[in-house]
Design a protein around this ligand. Structure first.
Ligand code: FAD
Ligand code: UDP
Length: 399
């Protein structure tokens, strides 16, 4: 028995515009309209449909589900990520367990090398990095001493520059972080919140994994397959190639969940929230391998891209060809990264306050809540929102 129905759910949308035709349901209309079929939207759709028996319409303006985590086979037959490399990592058992309902996993520990001083050395900076760059043979204690001797003591660590120079000093900061960050964000690290470069640790041992999390995996058959499984429920309808603007006046629903950019939703009323974009240059080479690890970072400002990804390292696919993506940061284009700095948070807060006053709409996800979130954090945020929506509804039912 559906939890709620009613006249207000009538869908008056022209069926020809539906993209995918909707089966003639006895009930029409939706309990929830979800904008965005990425992690935020898909997790909410799955929870609402399967746990609360809600009827859900998920739309996305892109031609596919999965949001930025979308993967597909390219023309050469190599599985690649359309929007840059996505590696799943988390410390949260419950998030790993939740996603495990929709995919099996391939154990994968991410390793990254940086092209510095014409050598490929591990990033995060570790024992091997120091020994290779400086022609040394230090043990762990020796590396700790080496870094302590170079680190700049700071009372107050506020910016992304402070974080790094307080750990490794000016020279290593310039070699690994300053140029990369200026390219990636179009800002100097001194203009960015400390949380940005704090994502990358410094190590004195030889651990060369990019992430320290207890769960590090890739979905065995890719992200898109995982999303297909997540959204495969009779209560869920999906329309791709559909912008919210196209249908906002046609579809009837009780509640809207919006995972697009929050400033766009409010017609940029307080001004544009800055997002950083990327241009992805994909290529397939007629050779088996290109580089020794999945990602090589290029911190130098002499090259315009930040990193090159070679997907077969991530996916484990066996293929005679190999596919790569070069990432060129850009101010224009699709919004990929909220830019963590104080003045942007102030602007976001204005939108947040407006959002809190807007009835029957919930904002979620990296763009909807303007947070530099990883996939696992977005999943956690979406599950929390689901619990809140259901609690609120149960509360209202009891009133
Ligand atoms: P999105 O995936 O952006 O989904 C939002 C969707 O909403 C989009 O598909 C968009 O088309 C749609 N949409 C927006 N507005 C509208 C509208 N008006 N109408 C219709 N549809 C709309 N995280 C990790 O954990 N590990 C990684 O290795 C990792 N690597 C990354 C690499 C890159 C280059 C980038 C950019 C991100 C990476 N992330 C990674 C972060 C990860 O992509 C995000 O945390 C996650 O995908 C966010 O999910 P989301 O649903 O919030 O947003
Ligand atoms: N960073 C850097 N040099 C590197 C790697 C990272 O300066 O070799 C900085 C840069 O500012 C980057 C941030 O650390 O944006 C976070 O890096 P991460 O790899 O987590 O970025 P993402 O994968 O989210 O793009």
């Amino acid at each position: 028995q559906p939890a709620s129905t009613g006249e207000s759910h009538t869908v008056s949308m022209d069926s020809a515009r539906r993209g995918r035709s909707m089966p003639a349901a006895r009930r029409s209309g939706f309990d929830y309209l979800i904008v965005g079929a990425g992690f935020a939207g898909s997790v909410l759709a799955e929870r609402l449909a399967s746990q609360a028996n809600k009827r859900v319409l998920v739309i996305d303006r892109r031609p596919h589900i999965g949001g930025n985590a979308y993967d597909c086979f390219d023309d050469g037959g190599v599985l690649m990520h359309r929007y840059g490399p996505h590696i799943f990592h988390t410390n949260a058992q419950r998030i790993f367990d939740y996603l495990s309902k929709f995919t099996r996993w391939r154990p994968y520990e991410h390793r990254v090398l940086a092209d510095v001083d014409r050598q490929l050395v591990p990033i995060p900076i570790n024992q091997t990095t120091i020994n290779k760059l400086y022609g040394l043979d230090l043990d762990e204690a020796g590396v700790a001493q080496f870094l302590a001797g170079r680190a700049t003591a700071l009372d107050d660590i506020r910016t992304s520059e402070d974080v790094v120079i307080s750990q490794v000093g000016q020279e290593l900061y310039e070699k690994f972080f300053r140029g990369y960050t200026r390219k990636q964000w179009g800002l100097d690290p001194s203009q960015l919140d400390k949380a940005v470069t704090a994502r990358v640790p410094t190590r004195t041992n030889a651990d060369d994994r990019y992430f320290g999390d207890s769960f590090q995996f890739m979905p065995l058959h890719g992200y898109t397959r995982m999303f297909e499984n997540m959204l495969d429920h009779p209560n869920i309808r999906i329309m791709v190639n559909t912008d919210f603007e196209d249908i906002r006046n046609d579809v009837h629903y009780d509640h809207l969940i919006y995972s697009g950019p929050i400033d766009e939703f409010f017609d940029y009323r307080f001004g544009k929230l800055p997002y950083r974009s990327l241009r992805f240059q994909h290529e397939t080479l007629d050779q088996e391998w290109f580089q020794p690890v999945a990602v090589v970072n290029y911190p130098s400002q002499d090259v315009p891209y930040t990193r090159i990804t070679e997907y077969k390292h991530l996916t484990g696919q066996v293929h005679g060809k190999t596919s790569l993506t070069y990432e060129y940061p850009s101010a224009e284009g699709d919004p990929y990264y909220p830019i963590p700095r104080e003045e942007n948070q102030v602007l976001y807060k204005q939108y947040r306050e407006l959002a809190d006053k807007t009835p029957n709409v919930s904002f979620v996800g990296r763009l909807g809540t303007y947070r530099y979130y990883n996939m696992d954090q977005v999943v956690g945020q979406a599950i929390t929102l689901f619990n809140k929506l259901i609690d609120t509804q149960n509360g209202e039912a009891q009133d």
